[in-house]
Design a protein around this ligand. Structure first.
Ligand SMILES: [Zn+2]
Length: 427
């Protein structure tokens, strides 16, 4: 832990090749573009890159029902007609379509978050980044809002094996409902979500008065915001609330969901944050110097998602990068200006509907609620369950950073590795 913090970064070269379907706003390709930008800015030199572990059926059932995961495992676009009843039962259809490789996609993004948690637990790193993760809407028994398997909940469950208290922070424009629901009754996880609320904005939950129940009472924090919030207003609520939360809850690890749909001009969003304003939150959390798992999430204007997460990667590794996009395979996506931080696209709704008084009242309300919690609740950890897998087991992880060439990043032994994993799946 001495000197610079050590950062691990997960990327599976297949994760960007999935398609939700024509016209669907969620485009996994944004992950390939982000990764390419991160490599071409040379940021890989400051991190240890891993091809992530793939989550197994059993890993996914740590949170989800077996029936639901079995369905995800079996359904394909060609046999979907045999599953008519299950589709409505598991909320799979328009928003959450069945697409080719769906289960593998879930296994990749979930495996990376889980491996990040295991590596943080074992002090293999101070900070772990998985831009493919952060699918915060998925529920125990069903898909929701483009999310199928809740990698965040599964990673937090893993962190709880070593950490008495885990803090979850969500800056996606949508309420982090799946994570909140999973931990609504416990004082070991505090969930803090900043999101657009009102006028039936998806998912419709996240009112200020949702604060948790039973042992979890006051351990769910919601910051409902209105459209058009800008950098100054956002920081005005974010910083004091996170500061209060840290003082009262004293987490030993943090999971940060960095949904990029809270940026100005997101295809589905209505906030007015700049890359700098969004990144300032990431920097603020990083500077708390606690073990940190950084995840992606929403983000539907592809070029801006890549800009945002590349910029945030640079903040996380303390590297200043040029505003000029380096030449790379997706260079034309950044036309006409080819800059990292200036293109936010058109902004149709620049009006900030959040008055100073409105924001002050939220901060005050949250502050009052946090005063009611027992400071830093302790847990008696009689028994620490074993890690899900050995974090340094070369069957699962490939240390990529020893190679200087981007082309050598991917292990040639992929096939062998997948064989091992499928054996694991069957056991
Ligand atoms: Zn979102």
């Amino acid at each position: 832990m001495s000197g610079n913090s050590s950062v691990v970064y997960f990327y599976d070269s297949d994760v960007g090749n999935f398609h939700y379907g024509p016209g669907h706003p969620m485009k996994p390709q944004r992950l390939s573009v982000t990764h390419s930008l991160i490599l071409n800015y040379g940021l890989y030199k400051k991190m240890n890159l891993y091809k992530p572990y793939r989550a197994t059926y059993h890993d996914m059932c740590r949170f989800h029902s077996e029936e639901y995961i079995q369905f995800l495992h079996q359904v394909t676009p060609s046999n979907v007609t045999e599953f008519t009843k299950s589709l409505s039962q598991f909320n799979v259809g328009d928003d959450c379509p069945v697409f080719e490789g769906l289960y593998d996609f879930c296994s990749m993004y979930t495996g990376a978050s889980l491996q990040g948690a295991v590596m943080l637990n074992n002090n293999c790193c101070d900070l772990a980044i998985n831009w493919s993760g952060g699918l915060h809407h998925a529920k125990k028994f069903e898909a929701s809002g483009f999310c199928y398997v809740n990698d965040i909940v599964i990673a937090i469950l893993e962190l709880l094996k070593h950490h008495p208290r885990v803090l979850y922070i969500d800056i996606d424009i949508h309420h982090g409902d799946g994570v909140q629901e999973a931990f609504y009754l416990t004082d070991r996880v505090m969930t803090v979500s900043f999101h657009k609320y009102g006028n039936y904005f998806f998912p419709g939950t996240g009112d200020m008065y949702e604060t948790g129940s039973e042992s979890g009472r006051n351990y769910s924090v919601n910051v409902p915001l209105k459209e058009g919030i800008d950098d100054t207003s956002y920081a005005f609520v974010f910083k004091p609330i996170i500061n209060d939360v840290i003082q009262c809850f004293q987490p030993s690890a943090i999971v940060l969901q960095c949904g990029a749909d809270s940026l100005a001009s997101d295809r589905l969003g209505c906030f007015n944050l700049s890359f700098k304003g969004h990144g300032e939150c990431v920097k603020y959390v990083k500077d708390l110097k606690l073990p940190l798992l950084v995840l992606g999430g929403g983000g539907y204007t592809l070029r801006n998602v890549a800009r945002c997460w590349t910029y945030e990667t640079s903040l996380l590794v303390d590297e200043t990068i040029s505003n000029e996009i380096p030449y790379m395979e997706y260079f034309e996506y950044f036309a006409p200006d080819f800059t990292l931080l200036s293109d936010k696209g058109s902004n149709d709704n620049p009006h900030n509907a959040n008055s100073r008084t409105y924001l002050e009242n939220i901060v005050k309300y949250v502050h009052e609620n946090l005063r009611n919690i027992q400071h830093a609740p302790s847990v008696q950890m009689h028994y620490t369950p074993p890690d899900w897998f050995e974090p340094n087991d070369t069957n699962y992880t490939t240390l990529l950073s020893e190679s200087e060439s981007a082309n050598e990043f991917y292990d040639k032994d992929d096939n062998k590795k997948e064989d091992n994993e499928s054996k694991q799946n069957e056991s």
